[in-house]
Design a protein around this ligand. Structure first.
Ligand SMILES: Nc1nc2c(ncn2[C@@H]2O[C@H](COP(=O)(O)OP(=O)(O)OP(=O)(O)O)[C@@H](O)[C@H]2O)c(=O)[nH]1
Ligand SMILES: [Mg+2]
Length: 708
């Protein structure tokens, strides 16, 4: 296979609302370029891009897939991404390594909710954007409304490059406003005839052509001068102007096509060849030290891993972009994060599951390799002595959590292992065993995301688990002070045990005055791992408890604090003063005082008006204005405190504080009340007092679960 240099590589990502036709378009591009000789269909479950069993079962993309075409003198690396927002991780990884985004718009719908959601990601990366209005052959295609919706949503940068002469079933001709010709396709699509623009279209075509020339000229002073001089620009000058406009987001060129009928994708590829920026013209990558790393094949090798994928019967595939230098099948590179030395054996250009072996990939190219030992998504590989870490991809925060409960106890460990493997492939699916909740928790981007994870557990790994609502990490504290004592005594047979402890507990707060009722011998302030403090005072006088037993008492107290008396949750913010006790000359030991300390603490705690605290989250919910009332109404049923309102572009933003216990599956509810147009972010804010009735219910419920 031919090796392309950095001047002949274009990296594009296909993005767009679900079912806009990205996968079929990618299939069409491969067919047009002669990479494949038969076009697959979604219904036939035989496209190059959607090759996973789950994709066949669901009829949509789940994974981002890398493909390539060789179109004229260029290699175009194409990444086809899934359109559902649940797979945002796949989109973002792909966007990160692409140099141009092709945003596919369904001509039946124009800008959709899915388009808007994706725009939020596209906007974060200021990469050039091409808009591809697809499905123009569909009986419900409405090209003009689609253009209008694009202009309305994305502003005056939307620049028409083409329009269809007719649409729906009769669609077969496109007027090209840059080349000023008409492309007429044979009935089955493929190579079009290049014809002069018919008289009936001349007026419209001229008008739009002039707009296009002006748009191209606007991006550069020299071009503007030329335009004033000549009253027009030639094709090359227009391309130059459009490229500059694309780089600065002043131009979003719009194409039209039908991926299904094989009409128009060739022209799109031609434009990508001629106008879309090369990696070397795009913004360079930066290291975590902020320094730019230019795409330069003469420099030492640096690879950025944007995706890993476990392929059954094959092993781990690692997808990378060559940021600098070259990589060959015998490269030996170092993982900057783990220090592992990775020896390459083969390198590939991928088309779905097809691996095309190559001898070399140069700076700017995208490829894959097999069986790297210790390298995962978001890591950097570099040549020895050229230590650099590429700025990692920032993935969105999780929006939904669930607890995973193995149906068979024996599978517990295996399920944990498999989920960690899945997390290595998909960093937006987080896995954590919560010691506190005693549950395996996974969190992701939405219900569908979690469902796919369950599908993998069941179908690929043959492991069965229920996905249930996670327990809530409550905290326990007290509202007033209390005294208690406990005598631990065991004197039957063998060595005895004896320890007696008197203590006082009080609610702790910063700046609390020192105890006045006891004389303080020693004190310790412990910042608890789970938040809050324990202030532990030794106020023993006259040596009634030997100093060496004080740490044992503290251990006992801490043990109870890790499993609080009301619900088994962590205890926080208490002050404990050990002020009296007794020892036995022979039988006293560490364990006796630990038990006495623990029991005295428990007793005192229950007398001190114990109080349950619950985690509360700051919510930022974005939605179109007309849905604000419904979103607000729903938030109010969730014990939320509304903190404020704001607007962000076309969206309204509600800021609220809501208890975590009320946020179960909020992403699903929000989607349903906003028809998918709402988005939200949640961040932990604080612990607050649980209402009395909730506390009563919880302490009873948890006791039933035998957590205490
Ligand atoms: N009429 C018509 N139908 C199309 C065209 N492109 C795709 N379709 C149909 O639209 C449906 C979705 O196509 P896909 O290519 O899977 O869409 P996608 O954008 O990849 O969808 P996701 O992977 O779910 O994001 C399929 O039934 C296709 O046959 C087109 O150009 N014209
Ligand atoms: Mg798809």
């Amino acid at each position: 296979m031919k090796v392309y240099d950095e001047k002949h590589i274009k990296n594009i990502v296909l993005l767009g609302a679900p079912k806009s036709g990205k996968t079929i378009l990618s299939e069409d591009m491969l067919f047009e370029a002669g990479i494949i000789h038969r076009r697959g269909t979604i219904e036939g479950k035989n496209t190059i891009s959607d090759y996973h069993e789950i994709e066949h079962e669901r009829g949509n993309s789940v994974f981002a897939t890398t493909l390539h075409t060789e179109w004229r003198d260029y290699k175009i690396n194409i990444i086809d991404t899934p359109g559902f927002d649940d797979f945002a991780g796949e989109m973002i990884s792909s966007l990160r390594v692409a140099d141009t985004c092709v945003l596919v718009i369904n001509a039946q719908h124009g800008v959709e909710v899915g388009t808007e959601l994706i725009w939020n990601y596209v906007d974060q990366f200021s990469k050039p954007i091409i808009l591809a209005i697809n499905q123009v052959d569909h009986p419900k295609s409405d090209f003009d409304s689609s253009i209008n919706s694009l202009k309305e949503r994305f502003g005056k940068a939307v620049t028409q490059m083409q329009y269809p002469v007719s649409q729906g079933e009769s669609f077969n001709s496109i007027i090209d406003l840059l080349k000023m010709v008409m492309y007429k396709f044979p009935t089955d699509g493929g190579k079009p005839e290049k014809l002069p623009i018919p008289d009936s279209e001349k007026e419209k075509a001229n008008e739009l052509h002039n707009e296009l020339v002006e748009k191209a000229a606007e991006n550069d002073e020299k071009l503007m001068e030329k335009y004033f001089e000549k009253g027009t620009l030639d094709e090359d000058e227009m391309r130059e102007g459009l490229k500059l406009g694309m780089i600065h987001h002043d131009v979003f060129p719009v194409f039209c096509m039908s991926g299904k009928k094989n009409m128009g994708s060739g022209r799109l590829m031609g434009f990508i060849d001629n106008v879309a920026p090369l990696p070397i013209e795009a913004k360079p990558e930066t290291g975590s030290d902020g320094k730019e790393i230019p795409y330069d094949k003469t420099k030492p090798a640096v690879l950025f891993v944007f995706k890993t994928h476990l392929e059954p019967n094959l092993g781990k595939l690692t997808f990378f972009k060559v940021i600098s230098g070259e990589v060959t099948p015998t490269s030996e590179l170092i993982n900057s994060q783990t220090g592992a030395v990775e020896r390459f054996h083969q390198i590939f250009i991928m088309d779905g599951k097809t691996r095309n072996s190559v001898d070399k990939l140069s700076a700017g190219d995208i490829g894959a390799t097999l069986k790297l030992k210790d390298t995962y998504t978001n890591q950097t590989l570099h040549a020895k002595g050229f230590d650099v870490t590429i700025q990692p991809i920032e993935y969105p925060e999780p929006r939904i959590r669930t607890a995973v409960v193995a149906l068979s106890k024996n599978d517990d460990e295996k399920i944990g292992e498999v989920l960690h493997k899945i997390n290595h492939e998909d960093p937006t699916l987080m896995v954590e065993y919560s010691k506190e909740l005693r549950q395996l928790i996974i969190s992701g981007q939405g219900e569908l995301h979690l469902m796919i994870c369950k599908w993998f557990l069941e179908n690929v790994y043959k492991l069965h688990a229920d996905f249930v609502t996670p327990r809530i990490s409550y905290r326990e504290t007290i509202r007033r002070s209390a005294l208690a004592s406990y005598r631990h005594k065991k004197q039957s047979g063998g060595a005895g045990q004896f320890g007696e402890v008197y203590l006082k507990i009080e609610p702790y707060y910063d700046g609390m005055p020192e105890p006045t009722d006891y004389s303080v011998r020693g004190k310790e302030f412990i910042d608890l791992e789970w938040g809050g403090k324990l202030a532990f005072y030794n106020c023993i006088v006259g040596g009634v408890i030997d100093t060496r037993f004080i740490p044992s008492i503290l251990k006992g107290v801490m043990e109870k604090m890790e499993q609080g008396p009301i619900t088994g949750s962590y205890v926080r913010d208490v002050r404990v003063c050990v002020y009296d006790g007794k020892m036995h000359p022979v039988d006293s030991n560490d364990i006796s005082f630990k038990i006495a300390g623990m029991m005295a603490f428990k007793d005192a705690f229950m007398k001190a008006e114990p109080q349950l605290l619950e985690p509360i989250y700051d919510l930022e919910v974005m939605m179109p204005e007309e849905m604000m009332g419904d979103v607000m109404g729903d938030l109010q049923t969730r014990r939320s405190i509304i903190m404020g309102m704001d607007s962000k572009g076309k969206y309204q933003v509600i800021k609220a504080r809501t208890p975590l216990a009320e946020l179960d599956r909020y992403s699903t509810t929000l989607r349903s009340i906003t028809q998918g147009r709402g988005m939200f972010k949640q961040t932990f804010a604080d612990y607050v007092v649980v209402p009395f009735e909730v506390q009563q219910k919880l302490s009873k419920g948890v006791q039933e679960l035998e957590l205490v």
